[in-house]
Design a protein around this ligand. Structure first.
Ligand code: NAG
Ligand code: NAG
Length: 380
């Protein structure tokens, strides 16, 4: 049994290191005819080990062609700040995608309260906020763990919560721990694989705490009954805070203090993002939760947010996206509308002196198949 486990573990590591697929490169020539498109599709399918029966293949091929043309047309445009690619989601329609890989919810009452509060208080001016650094990246300060993969389960809300708690805990204690999303999915009552509420999940962590990923059954992408072992230590936070509604300045201020859970509207171009500073098109119908871990400015002067996603490390820039910053109140794709974060004693004081003293955990593995990258944390 132990031997078997060790072998499986080894296999996981091998598969993970063998190939870390990025998007599949292609040119105009590949889009010329049905035949060339089909070859491109087969090339893409083998890169992402997507296996389908023939009937599904035909249907998916139609979507794939549409996406390939969309990507090709987009990448030819002048003066764009980012690129799209034939990534692992290239055969999915938006409807299929959002039902499986997103899952952000927010209460109507929470929205109404936030809007009312914002209407009473004018948007805070940057200079009225604390003086914050011009750029900041929590990855360089030991407060961000490896990118994970929610797989086809709409529980982005659990991943963003775990990321926010990992960050708050690391900043307060100097200890970067990989915590359990499966436990948040199973035990928090804040949602399921069809969506959930990051603010409620953070509240759960304040009340009950979460344990390290190694101390809870591995992430499965399916909600199960809660299996918390009461003997395992937990990480707790002291409460949940909300970033002032629709203010990029307020979000910047908070992100300079800790990684923040944010809602965004993930559109077609968002999903097919390859790299650069993403600039839409997208609207503000929030459907996905991600983690804002920093912000900066490119050499060309484009301001951006750094966002950790939960679609595996083969998506975007190693699992991250840079999103254009400074586009107006709500932020690009609504990123500044609903930010929430855990309070943790020690976090609300200025943290910028804690530079590189934290120990970053070893990066976990990634593999190529659409749904399997970077989810092996707890199984090896
Ligand atoms: C791209 O930028 C250049 C230089 O700023 C400008 O001359 C050109 O008109 C732009 N092209 C488009 C399509 O906006
Ligand atoms: C917002 O964008 C999403 C994704 O592109 C789309 O499905 C949705 O219909 C849009 N909502 C509105 C109100 O335009």
């Amino acid at each position: 049994m132990e031997m078997m486990k060790a072998l499986v573990g080894l296999l996981v590591v091998l598969v993970a290191t063998m190939a870390m697929a990025q998007d599949v490169p292609f040119s105009d020539k590949d889009l010329e005819s049905e035949d060339s498109m089909w070859s491109l599709y087969e090339r893409w399918r083998s890169a992402y080990t997507v296996s389908l029966d023939l009937a599904d293949k035909g249907k998916k091929f139609e979507t794939f062609k549409k996406n390939a043309r969309y990507i090709n047309d987009f990448n030819k445009k002048e003066n764009t700040t980012y690129e799209l690619g034939l990534n692992k989601f290239a055969d999915m329609t938006m409807e299929e995608f959002t039902s499986m890989y997103t899952g952000f919810k927010v209460d109507a009452a929470t929205i109404a309260a936030a809007e009312a509060a914002a209407a009473l208080a004018p948007e805070p001016e940057e200079e009225l906020l604390d003086v914050v650094p011009a750029s900041w990246d929590w990855r360089q300060h030991g407060a961000v763990t490896a990118v994970r993969n929610q797989r086809p389960c709409g529980c982005c809300w659990a991943f963003t919560t775990v990321g926010a708690v990992e960050g708050a805990h690391a900043i307060a204690t100097g200890q970067l721990l990989t915590l359990s999303e499966q436990q948040v999915l199973d035990c928090s009552g804040a949602g399921d694989c069809i969506g959930g509420y990051p603010d409620r999940a953070i509240d759960f962590v304040a009340k009950q705490g979460i344990t390290q990923a190694v101390n809870y059954p591995a992430y499965l992408g399916i909600q199960q009954t809660c299996r918390t072992n009461p003997n395992n230590p937990v990480v707790k936070v002291d409460g949940v805070g909300t970033v002032p509604y629709s203010s990029e300045a307020a979000l910047k201020n908070r992100v300079s203090k800790q990684p923040v859970s944010v809602g965004v509207s993930a559109s077609e171009s968002y999903v097919l993002y390859k790299g650069g500073v993403y600039a839409g098109p997208c609207n503000t119908s929030l459907n996905h939760a991600v983690l804002a871990v920093g912000y900066g400015t490119t050499a060309e002067g484009v301001d951006y947010w750094i966002v950790k996603n939960s679609w595996g490390a083969s998506w975007g820039e190693g699992g991250y996206m840079r999103m254009k910053r400074g586009v107006g109140k709500e932020g690009l794709c609504g990123i500044a509308m609903f930010g929430s974060y855990p309070f943790k004693r020690g976090v609300s004081v200025s943290t910028h002196t804690h530079s590189s003293s934290f120990q970053e955990e070893a990066d976990t593995s990634t593999s190529t198949s659409r749904d399997d990258d970077a989810t092996t944390v707890a199984s090896i």
